[in-house]
Ligand binder design. Structure first.
Ligand code: PEP
Length: 247
């Protein structure tokens, strides 16, 4: 059974005190036991947040594909682990668009995370022009094939994928539950084709893109939606809390 996950991607928002306030407002004791809640703060604050949290995992928005050395501005997985982060994002559409992270580069991050035994959420999703041309399934399948589907069945087991249509990220336009379910179902069927039904059913497939309290219940009720990767709405404690409790 795929794990239910709700993850908040805080991006480059909030100072340290604001982050602490937000977490206080989340009423941590109300997080259902069968939901894995994760926050992705700015890396600078991981240490403080990880120390103060027990019911929420703390993750990193970006990490290097190298172990150590002359890579100015980068942070290694061992450095990240040493301050308490347990999971990283790979392939967020903003990293793809603004930092030219392509499928081949993302594959190197996937391989590095696997070697370092570091859990990750692999993000995929099509831009608007691709959806308008009816090529969204081909596009997303290609992202997965070029960066992720070279893993062994053992490495793929219990993996986490976030489907985030780029046209829905930060736009207020959410994919309908039918659009989300169609893509999630296809992703699971591609995993089954490539691996086995057991592997396919063990992978958590999250939806991301303007998910909010008003649409989370409907999205999370879809058979192949195992939770969400939440941007804007995770910056508001009561909205994020409501989304975490939307299963
Ligand atoms: C995201 O950036 O991963 C995201 C889903 O953002 P938003 O919820 O703001 O659309």
């Amino acid at each position: 059974m795929a794990q239910k996950i709700v993850a908040g991607n805080w991006k480059m928002n909030l100072g340290k005190e604001e982050k602490m306030e937000l977490l206080k407002g989340l009423k941590l004791s109300d997080i259902p036991n069968d939901v894995n809640a994760i926050v992705f703060p700015t890396s600078l604050y991981i240490s403080d947040l990880a120390k103060s949290l027990t019911k929420i995992e703390v993750g990193v928005q970006n990490f290097s594909n190298q172990n150590n050395g002359a890579f100015t501005g980068e942070i290694s997985i061992s450095q990240i682990k040493s301050v308490g982060a347990t999971i990283g994002l790979i392939g967020h559409s903003e990293r793809r668009a603004y930092y030219q992270e392509n499928n081949a580069f993302l594959k190197s991050k996937v391989d590095h995370a696997i070697n370092e035994q570091f859990k990750f959420i692999f993000c995929c999703g099509e831009p608007l022009s691709i959806r308008e041309s009816g090529q969204e399934f081909l596009f997303v399948k290609n992202q997965l094939q070029e960066s992720l589907f070279h893993l062994s069945a053992e490495e793929m087991m219990n993996g986490i994928i976030a489907y985030e249509p780029v046209w829905a990220i930060g736009t207020g336009v959410t994919a309908s539950s039918e659009q989300a379910e169609d893509m999630h179902k296809s992703i699971r069927s591609w995993i089954e084709e490539k691996y086995t039904v057991e592997v396919a059913n063990s992978v958590s497939i999250l939806y991301g893109g303007s998910c909010k309290p008003s649409n989370a219940k409907e999205l999370f009720a879809c058979p192949n939606v195992d939770g969400g990767l939440i941007g804007g709405a995770s910056l508001n404690a009561s909205d994020f809390h409501a989304i975490i409790n939307s299963f």
